[in-house]
Design a protein around this ligand. Sequence first.
Ligand SMILES: [Zn+2]
Length: 421
Amino acid sequence: MSQLEGAHMTAEHRATQVMEKIQTLASFSAMQDGILRAYLTEEHRQAHQQLARWMTQAGLETWQDEVGNQWGRKVAANPELPTLIIGSHSDTVANAGGYDGPLGILLAIEALDALQDTELPFHVDVVAFADEEGTRFQTTLLGSSPVAGLWNPALLDRQDAEGISIGEAMRHFGLEPDNVAQAARKPEETLAYLEVHIEQGPLLESLDLPVGVVTAIAGAKRFLIDVSGVAGHAGTVPLPLRHDALCGVAQMIATIEAFATEHEIVATVGKCDVRSAAVNVIPGQVQFSLDIRSQSQEKLDRCTQLLMQQLATIGEKRGLNVVHEQIYQAQAVPCSDRLQQLWAQVVESATGKDVCYLASGAGHDAMVMANLADMGMLFVRCEKGISHNPKENVQTQDVAVALDCLIRMIQSVSSYQTGTC
Ligand SMILES: [Zn+2]
């Protein structure tokens, strides 16, 4: 790999530094073996202080915003110029690995360190969002939402397991809850939002590719489905006369899997509960969950409707009552076409290989940042697709490729700004 512009370090050397910094960041944890870094905790404060030191070393101006996100800016000569924002999240789930979130932040800091001597026609802000996973207050994307102008003040009353509200925790952290909305950035001053993240799935590894261009963040719907039949004696009721709720649910689950395969969506039954279950009782009541996702909102809506009809038909044929309740939904968010095109160009020149386009099945800060500006994401291969697990792993050479792509991408955005790509 070639020497990087404006620096005497190779991408491999810089990638090694990123990996070391990820290890350092992992030490700011409330857990011993896995990682736990939740919003508005001492670990949050220490991790952001460390990130701020690295940002300063990369020549960035640093500050903490009104939500507790950590920012670093590569300032352009002309203050009137717009800003390219690059970021990811610094918080984790419980028993997390080290790469989900921090990889995107540290790659951005490292890329700007490599570009310290390069004058760009825009400011570049790196942001570490303080709360994406929602581990402490069960509310996701809390760090990025106010930045994207989507703050809901009612959330200040939301409490953690100890009964401490977000508002109280903010004050304790040194933040003023009434000022959160001031974290909002202006769309007209924002050029684009970029995020590099581990894939958290096995596709890139199966294709033997280090990185891939994200097309969209999938929309999701979640349901609880109650199936009622007739409970009865396991020895006395002949099979043709039964209304066995669990047999009906078994057929429904098989149908869901076949339907998802046929329509190229993902659908998962993660919970299944037989009520008043006993070894000698025909199941009368079963509740199961359904999580269904697609990168196309139109397809998600259509497939959900079709699938629910099929489940209802199974219920009718078996004399079962089927009732579904939607408990969650998130809209599908497409990545900007032009940013996908630019990522594809830089990935092609950095790797010399065909470009893999893939959708994100998981949510990211980029979902809400799309509300502020054009949004583009790059995924990095992770071992066996394992994530939210201490076994999460990424290869240093893949980090080097991702860094090379990000540096090229930042430079390419100049052409994006002037519309010449
Ligand atoms: Zn993440």
